[in-house]
Ligand binder design. Structure first.
Ligand code: URA
Length: 436
């Protein structure tokens, strides 16, 4: 019997010309690329064709399933809580579609741990102008996300969370994610939906809350696109047996007062200590409430875990379990430059995309696959939109270990902020909630 086979030029041509890829063609591409039988140049061309032409819902579903099948799928249904023998874990996770200053996972995971949840978080690295949870957490001296399956299982039972590199989960996503990052093919609904959901389906969570970003710092800028992305992801999760819901949240302005790697960890610690910027606290608690609800954790108050210090205790235990020193000083770039206010008034909107690009230029992100990020690279935002400003006051301080990066980063901020007489229009942080 002759086995029907595919070839990349025909598949690329089909998508380039607006056609629909068959299930078998999708399965073949994902398998062949994962196993090194498709050249990077060919996959880059296909990703660009998908970026330009899109995919049908049927193609997205099959592409996602093929990415899940490219590796193993974890199963924690046999695990029981060590503090309540016989009780199954309330498995629940969160994922964001990518933003600027989006450090929410760092305070959120310990809040949900303290509420009795178990979070198996397969986290990612920076993508394009957005930061990644792993790059941020690895700024903590000693912290590692490369942990074994046995350790993930043990942490889930004993602590209530593990934050790990996806590793053998959805390896197709690991390769495609890295390729998208350097081929300008990130901002694509089918590629974002399949990337997020393949990891989340494979990681073994039973419930999931998505944070679908809207605005200049998001990959998809408009509310309509972000809503469509959220709906697509909720449907994918539901079809794979994961109880999934989403919040649409504003990403026109960076979250909080820090953007970068270690600086975002430091701000997360402020939140865990009961302080921190209002928007970071609001979003952390909104997502925590959704996670507790979808996981069936009744009668818990996420805000109380920040007030009484239990979330901070959980964070310290999690960091220590993964080799990190929760008391170690966090790195800060050795070189800095400050942008000051030319006049007094009120801080206007700050463009999240420009800030994300500036911080990426400082060395917090990558411009080639596998590049080492600078943990100390980042930015402090001294005045948030709507806050009063006096002439000459610092507005932004930029940090890097490589001073030649400062000029380019500062110039990314040109036209990205203003100081005026009127406060900027206020937008809600949480725009909508999408359920299955
Ligand atoms: N997060 C992911 O895991 N993938 C994307 O494509 C965007 C955000």
């Amino acid at each position: 019997m002759t086995q029907f086979t595919f070839d990349m030029p025909s598949i690329i041509r089909t998508k380039r010309d607006g056609g629909v890829l068959s299930d078998d063609a999708i399965d073949w591409v994902i398998d062949a690329y994962t196993h090194g039988r498709v050249a990077e140049a060919q996959m880059s061309a296909l990703l660009m064709a998908i970026f330009l032409r899109g995919m049908t819902n049927g193609e997205i579903a099959r592409w996602t399933a093929a990415m899940v099948d490219s590796g193993e799928r974890l199963d924690f249904s046999d695990l029981r809580r060590s503090d309540a023998p016989g009780k199954p874990l309330a498995l629940v996770d969160k994922h964001s579609t990518g933003g600027v200053g989006d450090k929410i996972t760092i305070p959120l995971v310990p809040v949900v741990m303290a509420c009795g949840g178990a979070v198996p978080q397969a986290a990612g690295r920076g993508l394009g102008h957005t930061g990644g949870t792993l790059d941020k957490l690895e700024a903590i001296p000693g912290f590692t996300a490369e942990i074994s399956k046995a350790q993930i299982r043990q942490q889930l039972c004993e602590l209530g969370a593990a934050i790990f590199a996806a590793g053998e989960l959805a390896p197709a996503d690991r390769k495609i994610y890295a390729l998208r990052d350097v081929t300008a093919t990130t901002e694509s609904l089918p590629l974002i939906a399949s990337s997020v959901m393949s990891k989340k389906i494979a990681e073994g969570t039973r419930a999931l809350v998505l944070d679908s970003k809207v605005g200049s710092g998001a990959f998809l800028k408009t509310e309509a696109e972000s809503r469509e992305l959220a709906r697509t992801m909720v449907e994918l999760g539901t079809a794979h047996g994961v109880r999934t819901r989403a919040l649409l949240t504003d990403m026109n302005t960076p979250l909080g007062r820090t953007v970068g790697n270690a600086v975002e960890v430091a701000e997360s610690l402020e939140v865990l200590a009961g302080g921190g910027p209002d928007d970071v606290v609001e979003l952390t608690l909104a997502l925590a409430r959704e996670m507790c609800d979808v996981a069936g954790l009744d009668g818990v108050d996420p805000a109380e875990t920040l007030r009484d210090g239990t979330a901070m205790d959980r964070f310290r235990a999690l960091v220590a379990a993964q080799g990190g020193d929760p008391d170690a000083a966090l790195p800060l770039g050795a070189h800095s430059e400050t942008v000051s206010a030319p006049c007094g008034g009120t801080m206007g909107d700050i463009d999240a995309m420009a800030v994300g690009l500036a911080v990426w230029r400082l060395g917090a992100g990558r411009s080639a696959p596998g590049e080492q990020v600078q943990f100390g690279a980042g930015m402090r935002i001294h005045r948030r939109p709507g806050e009063p400003v006096a002439a000459g006051e610092p507005l932004f301080t930029l940090y890097t270990d490589t001073p030649e990066r400062l000029a380019g980063a500062v110039s990314e901020l040109d036209g990205a902020w203003s100081v005026g007489d009127e406060p900027p229009a206020r937008r809600p942080l949480i725009i909508d909630r999408i359920t299955g």
